[in-house]
Design a binder for this molecule. Structure first.
Ligand SMILES: [Zn+2]
Ligand SMILES: [Zn+2]
Length: 200
């Protein structure tokens, strides 16, 4: 599902079979009702073929696989055997998070402050030439803010843009509202935003 070496997720494409896309190619993330352990998200992603398709990802795939990897092995010099690196990588990630180093962050507009976040809180992404418009549902205040960030800010855990552009508008994102309308609004406003500092 997630490949640590390439930082990409594997999904199915009706034209090309299996495709690998980074997180920044996700377009819509929607938590499916029902399944709770683990929670399952419906993903709409922009495919290499030029189309958009749906795929599924679990909460762990979204939030922990980029930190823990999957199928990555390292040579344990004590045992001289290849062993999965998952536990070690998770330990390292947890220590960094405890030290205040966030794998992902965003600027919450209603609260006027940076917040740590995980990809399962991303709701909609709009792609620009170099940057990505990112709608995040704040885990603290539950309001949706839109930041304009670099692709690396989305794709590379523990890489955070020092400054991001913040759209000065509190977006309403709910099931009653058509996702297409939200995406259109995001796309038209995301690239006209003011810069805020994420890093102190
Ligand atoms: Zn495709
Ligand atoms: Zn907030």
């Amino acid at each position: 599902m997630y490949d640590q070496l390439t930082g990409r997720y594997t999904f199915a494409c009706p034209a090309r079979g299996e495709v690998r896309v980074p997180l920044s190619r996700f377009r819509v993330l929607e938590r499916l009702p029902g399944a709770a352990h683990p929670a399952v998200y419906k993903i709409i992603f922009a495919c290499d073929c030029g189309g958009e398709h749906e795929g599924l990802a679990t909460h762990e795939d979204l939030d922990w696989a980029p930190l823990a990897g999957s199928g990555v092995a390292f040579l344990n010099l004590m045992t001289d055997r290849l062993e999965p690196a998952t536990a070690e990588l998770l330990d390292v990630a947890a220590a960094r998070i405890r030290a205040g180093d966030w794998p992902w962050s965003f600027f919450c507009y209603p609260e006027e402050r940076p917040r740590p976040v995980f990809p399962s809180a991303f709701r909609v992404l709009a792609a620009g030439e170099e940057e990505v418009g990112l709608a995040v549902e704040c885990p603290a205040c539950a309001q949706t803010s839109v930041n304009v960030v670099s692709r690396e800010h989305v794709d590379v855990p523990f890489y955070n843009d020092r400054r991001v552009a913040v759209v000065e508008h509190v977006f309403r994102f709910d099931r009653e509202r058509a996702i297409s309308a939200f995406r259109a609004e995001l796309f038209s406003s995301a690239f006209d935003a003011r810069r805020r500092d994420l890093a102190a």
